[in-house]
Design a protein around this ligand. Structure first.
Ligand SMILES: [Fe+2]
Length: 208
């Protein structure tokens, strides 16, 4: 075999290995996308615009998504699905396209399920308000009579990140609650929500 033939055989082998590797990685991605059925950042924003979510709320959810992604990437002690965190944060206030007040979380879950989005996203929307609600709190607030507390790490991160953004400005959890205290008074609901969110903040910090 001539030297040229040897070189071309060698190069074609390298190309085969490269193509096999590319196919493996690419098909893995495709399968993962199909499994998760997650929209991209751009597609998620298109959906929010189609639903006529006001611009200031879109600015808010974008900032919450940035904050939530930043927190999610710092967590090292347990696995976190950063894509679920990011898109879940973009969709957390989707219910505000139909309704405001405490019901917007439940409404958001409903919209996302109607659209065939992953259940994880619907639960993030349902459980993000304040620090989530116990069944008793939900009953008192005229929400469906069940628990709405964030359970998974992804749900906790979006709930926390939402309390670290006021409008589209980053703030501390305490600053966020101080503004609510000024507006609504130090109600029992707000005081217990602050304790719950501070608990989530400590828990996430211990996972970094
Ligand atoms: Fe919200």
């Amino acid at each position: 075999m001539t030297k040229d033939k040897l070189i071309s055989l060698f190069l074609s082998q390298i190309l085969n290995v490269f193509l096999a590797f590319f196919y493996m990685v690419h098909s893995g991605d495709v399968q993962k996308m199909a499994k998760d059925n997650l929209p991209t950042w751009e597609r998620a924003l298109e959906i929010l615009q189609k639903l006529n979510l006001p611009d200031h709320i879109i600015d808010h959810v974008k900032q919450v998504a940035r904050q939530a992604t930043f927190i999610a990437r710092k967590v090292r002690k347990i696995p976190v699905n950063v894509q679920i965190v990011q898109i879940g944060a973009l969709f957390h206030d989707i219910g505000r396209s139909r309704i405001h007040g405490f019901l917007h979380g439940v409404e958001g879950g409903k919209i996302l399920r109607e659209m065939g989005m992953p259940e994880e996203l619907a639960r993030i929307a349902e459980r993000h308000i304040l620090g989530g609600f116990t069944k008793e709190e939900a009953t008192e607030l005229d929400l469906p009579q069940r628990e709405f507390l964030p359970e998974t790490v992804e749900e906790k991160i979006v709930c926390l990140a939402d309390k670290m953004v006021n409008g589209s400005q980053n703030v501390t959890v305490n600053k966020r609650f101080d503004r609510w205290f000024k507006k609504y008074g130090k109600t029992a609901l707000l005081v217990s929500a602050q304790k719950r969110v501070k608990g989530i903040e400590r828990e996430i910090h211990h996972l970094t």
